[in-house]
Design a protein around this ligand. Structure first.
Ligand code: GLP
Length: 255
């Protein structure tokens, strides 16, 4: 696993967008399965990525996107008109920005379904697994919505094997997401979500984790000094053959 510091959010977005753009282009005419994250971190990256793909007229009919997660309320994915809908986030920040002529349509978009999350894993595996996975990191070290678990209750191997599933969000995630994405309104944040599991994430051929908030320094520093543990889901990247963490040096200082 590699660590890379960049100056600030603008550099992070440019470097991240270029890495993903190059991976899509290098894949030439084959299907490309791209795992996508939501969150504040990715907003500028998505805008730059769409610009590059549009500017260079890159065909997108073979691009398939697999989103990490979605909020769940009453057993169903929240509708797109929900303030926190990740489907809407993706549409607004990335999918709607692709030029219509490039061939990216509804059939290219995949989200885990809370009614049958394991089907998502089966279909992704049948489609060849993820070529590239983009990740953010929660302030408690979660990736997607794989929340930390007590290491005395689950083995390192069993946690790595977690499939896509519906989970209950932790208090810290509810508080953070209310503050950063719901204007402080705790009532809006659903208590459950469907998440891509650790297993399909870790099976990705390339993983890129981006961090730009000062609150992410603590989980990243623990990860840097440690080894894979269910208490810090992002730490599983340490054992991945082709994973990179890029962080902004103006907000995060790692020793
Ligand atoms: C949510 C998502 C994560 C994301 C995290 C960080 O919890 N489920 O996948 O990594 O937010 O988001 P942000 O980029 O806003 O820090």
């Amino acid at each position: 696993m590699q660590w890379q510091a960049v100056a600030d959010y603008q550099d992070l977005s440019e470097v991240g967008a270029t890495l993903i753009y190059n991976a899509i282009v290098a894949n030439d005419c084959k299907r490309f399965n791209l795992g996508l994250a939501t969150g504040n971190t990715m907003i500028s990256l998505y805008s730059l990525l769409a610009e590059k793909l549009n500017h260079n007229r890159i065909p997108l009919d073979k691009l398939h996107t697999y989103n990490l997660d979605e909020y769940v309320d009453g057993g169903c994915a929240v509708p797109e008109d929900h303030l926190l809908s990740y489907r809407r986030y993706m549409r607004e920040n990335l999918f709607c920005r692709f030029d219509a002529g490039l061939g990216f349509g509804e059939d290219n978009i995949h989200f885990p379904n809370p009614a049958d999350p394991e089907r998502f894993d089966r279909e992704l595996a049948e489609a060849g697994g993820l070529d590239f996975q983009l990740l953010g990191i929660g302030f408690n070290g979660h990736i997607a919505f794989n929340e930390p678990e007590d290491a005395s209750k689950v083995s390192v191997e069993a946690f790595a094997d977690r499939p896509s599933r519906v989970i209950e969000l932790t208090a810290l995630t509810l508080e953070t997401n209310a503050r950063l994405t719901a204007g402080g309104d705790h009532g809006i944040v659903p208590h459950h979500a469907v998440t891509m599991g650790m297993k399909p994430i870790l099976a990705a051929r390339e993983i890129l984790l981006l961090a730009c908030f000062s609150e992410q320094q603590k989980p990243l520093q623990i990860m840097r000094n440690g080894s894979p543990t269910p208490q810090l889901p992002a730490s599983y990247l340490l054992g991945h053959a082709n994973a990179t963490v890029i962080y902004t040096a103006d907000k995060i200082n790692l020793e």
